[in-house]
Design a protein around this ligand. Structure first.
Ligand SMILES: NC(=O)c1ccc[n+]([C@@H]2O[C@H](COP(=O)([O-])OP(=O)(O)OC[C@H]3O[C@@H](n4cnc5c(N)ncnc54)[C@H](OP(=O)(O)O)[C@@H]3O)[C@@H](O)[C@H]2O)c1
Length: 327
C-alpha cells in the first residue's frame, strides 16, 4: 500500500481514494444502499481511508450512505472525508453553479448532518462559478476552517488562473481534476502549477467511467439516467476506438507486467504524478484489483510505448467537458 500526507491532516492517506458519485445513484442509473454500504465497509477494512463524495451526488444520497457506512465502521477519525459544495439543485433535478458565501455556509451544515460528522477533512468547491467573486468563495471556506468545521480547502475543475485568483484570499490545499489515460489535459499547465505551489492532486476518473476497467464491451447496456448514454466516448466510432485502445493496453499490461488494463490505468495515474487517484466503487467485487496497483512502477520507456498505443488507436479524442454543469 502507498500512502501520502495531505496538508493539515494528521493521517497518512492511501494513494487510492474511494469515489462515491455512483453510490448516489443520480447519473448512474440508481443505487442500492445495502450493497453500497457493504462496499464502503469492505473498502475501509482493506485500508482505503479517503472517501470522496459531494452534496450533489444523488442530491444528498451519497453523503447519507457514506455517513451510515462510517457509523457502522465505528471510527470516523480513521478516515479522511472529502465533500463538495458549489452546485445547487432543485426538486426537479435542475442543477446550477453556486459558490456564494450564503450557499456555502448553509450547505456545509447539511453536509455535516448527512455525513454525521462534526468536521470535514477536505471541503471542496465543485466547479468554478464566475457569477461570484472568487474572494467571496475563498473567504467563506477560510471562515469554516477558522471555526474548525473543515480542516483543509480544495477546489475541483479549476484552471491555474482561477486557482491564482482564489489563493489571493485563502490557502488552497488540494485540486481535484479529471485525469486518466484518455483525458490528459492537466499535464500541460494544471499539474505543473500544482507541483510548483504545493497543491496536492486528488484526480478523478482513473478508469474513465469504466472504459479502462477491462470489463467494458460494445454491447453494454446503460440503465436509466446513466451518464454514459450522453458521454461522447461511448458513441459512434469513437467508442470502438476507445475499446480498442483499452484492449491493446490490456495486452501490453499482461505481456509486460502480468497485470490488466485496470491495474495499468490506476498505476499510470499515480506514476504520472497524481498524489491520489480516485476509484469509483459501488459493488464489493469492484474492490478486486486494488491490491494489484501497488508494488510495481511504469518506467519511462513503457510510458512512451503506452503513448504510442494511444496515438495510433484514438484518432478523434474527446475530453470530459460534457460533464460540466451549466455555468
Ligand atoms: N470533482 C468532480 O467534478 C468529479 C467528477 C467525476 C468524478 N469525481 C469523483 O471521482 C470518482 C471516480 O470517478 P468515476 O466514478 O467517474 O469513474 P472511474 O473511477 O473512472 O470509473 C468508475 C467505473 O469503473 C467501473 N469499475 C470500478 N471498479 C471496477 C473493477 N474493479 N472492475 C471493473 N470495473 C470497475 C464501474 O463500473 P460499473 O459501471 O459497472 O459500476 C464504473 O463504471 C467519482 O466517484 C467521484 O467521487 C469527481
Amino acid at each position: 500500500m502507498e500512502t501520502i500526507k495531505l496538508h493539515n491532516l494528521p493521517h497518512k492517506v492511501n494513494r487510492i481514494g474511494i469515489g462515491t458519485w455512483a453510490i448516489g445513484g443520480w447519473m448512474w442509473g440508481g443505487t442500492d444502499e445495502k450493497v453500497s454500504i457493504r462496499t464502503l465497509r469492505e473498502a475501509f477494512d482493506r485500508g482505503l481511508n479517503l472517501v470522496d463524495t459531494a452534496d450533489l451526488y444523488g442530491f444528498g444520497t451519497s453523503e447519507k450512505i457514506v455517513g451510515k457506512a462510517i457509523r457502522e465502521h465505528g471510527n470516523r477519525d480513521d478516515l479522511v472525508l472529502v465533500t463538495k459544495v458549489g452546485v445547487e439543485w432543485d426538486e426537479k433535478g435542475k442543477v446550477w453553479r453556486n459558490s456564494s458565501r450564503d450557499y456555502i455556509l448553509r450547505e456545509v451544515e447539511d453536509s455535516r448532518k448527512r455525513l454525521d460528522t462534526d468536521y470535514l477533512d477536505v471541503y471542496m468547491i465543485h466547479w468554478p462559478d464566475h457569477r461570484v467573486d472568487f474572494s467571496e468563495t475563498a473567504e467563506a471556506l477560510q471562515k469554516l476552517m477558522d471555526e474548525g468545521k473543515i480542516r483543509s480547502i480544495a477546489v475541483s475543475n479549476y484552471s491555474p488562473e482561477q486557482m491564482d485568483e482564489f489563493r489571493q484570499t485563502a490557502p488552497l490545499h488540494i485540486l481535484e481534476p479529471p485525469y486518466n489515460l484518455f483525458e490528459r489535459d492537466i499535464e500541460k499547465e494544471v499539474m505543473p502549477y500544482c507541483k510548483e505551489n504545493d497543491i496536492k492532486t486528488l484526480t478523478y476518473g482513473a478508469l474513465c467511467r469504466g472504459l479502462l476497467s477491462g470489463r467494458m464491451t460494445r454491447d453494454r447496456k446503460f440503465e436509466g439516467d446513466d451518464i454514459r448514454k450522453v458521454d461522447p466516448k461511448f458513441h459512434s466510432n469513437r467508442f470502438g476506438q476507445y475499446l480498442e485502445a483499452a484492449s491493446k493496453l490490456d495486452e501490453f499490461a499482461r505481456k509486460n507486467y502480468n497485470k490488466t488494463v485496470r491495474d495499468l490505468a490506476v498505476r499510470w495515474v499515480l506514476d504520472k504524478g497524481a498524489d491520489i487517484a480516485l476509484w469509483g466503487l459501488r459493488k464489493p467485487d469492484q474492490l478486486e484489483g486494488i491490491d494489484e496497483v501497488y508494488g510495481w512502477k511504469i518506467e519511462k520507456d513503457a510510458m512512451q510505448q503506452i503513448d504510442q498505443i494511444l496515438q495510433e488507436t484514438i484518432t478523434k479524442p474527446v475530453g470530459p467537458q460534457f460533464m460540466a454543469p451549466p455555468a
